[in-house]
Ligand binder design. Sequence first.
Ligand code: G3P
Length: 217
Amino acid sequence: MKFFVDTAEIPAIAELNALGMVDGVTTNPSLIKKSGRDILEVTKEICDLVDGPVSAEVTATDADTMIAEGRKLLEIAENIAVKVPLTWDGLKACKVLSDDGAMVNVTLCFSANQALLAAKAGATFISPFIGRLDDIHMDGMELIEDIRIIYDNYGFETQILAASIRTANHVLDCARIGADVITAPPSVIKALVSHPLTDKGLETFLADIKSAGIKIL
Ligand code: G3P
């Protein structure tokens, strides 16, 4: 399973990238706003830092302007994936940009039928939002399962990019189901390392190191 980082914060991306934890990056208008940076500048910096796909989202809602914006974003770097919303116009833009050979990430997916449409429109990635479905007491993970089954049934190559990941359990369940990619904030990726028994075990080892005076260097 690939790990994308869901942020536009350069230091956080650089830290995880140095550990080989970054297969790509996703951004959205809210993350760009949070960064306080110009979208074109910060996206270029991210693309320079990371080898994998970097999703940058269009701002328009009509297909023609989305396509124009997508083409401008694609000039930033070769690893840009144009992110479009899962609307009828977004699907039109997806088809045109995908036919041009661009990577397209169709975002704001909340149903398996929407994911089916995105695959048929040639999406490289579909972004189902788990946490936001959980927020309204629906089962976000069930959506990932349904899309996996449907894409496998028909051999769609669109990659399932599970988004709105909030917890370590979301990551684990996505890996069990076989999501191709998860995108998560740096805090969630870093939280995957934590286990109370690791902390407790290390505490005991450190006490024994101290009392026995064990030294290596
Ligand atoms: O990139 C979109 C997505 O990951 C948003 O997550 O937590 O704002 O629902 P969240």
